[in-house]
Design a protein around this ligand. Structure first.
Ligand code: CA
Length: 108
């Protein structure tokens, strides 16, 4: 089943006019799914669609101060030995990915 998206191809015109500040304001669509399918990026602890240092930081913060910080996506945060729960090892795995020491999450 192929889904052909018709139209919608936007021509990006890049002009070098001096006083043009391009501000792209993409509305962040928050989709809440109750399906058991993991529909996100492994390691995306804060659920913002990317895996970066803020995910590792959030995991550490949630461990240090759980009443103040909550991991948004526990299912995605558990990237070290999946099923073991969210620990500092998950934050470490995310940092390893960011450093290029590993190439994918969950860490194997
Ligand atoms: Ca993230």
């Amino acid at each position: 089943m192929e889904y052909a998206a018709s139209g919608a191809s936007e021509a990006t015109t890049t002009q070098s006019s001096p006083n043009t500040s391009i501000t792209s304001s993409e509305a962040a669509t928050t989709t809440t799914t109750s399906l058991p399918v993991v529909d996100g990026l492994a390691g995306d602890a804060n659920g913002n669609g990317t895996v970066d240092m803020s995910d590792a930081v959030l995991i550490m913060q949630s461990l240090a101060n759980p009443s103040k910080f909550k991991v948004v996506r526990n299912d995605l945060a558990d990237v070290f030995e999946p099923g073991s729960g969210v620990t500092s090892m998950d934050a470490l795995s995310i940092q390893k990915l960011l450093l290029g020491l590993i190439t994918e999450l969950p860490e194997k």
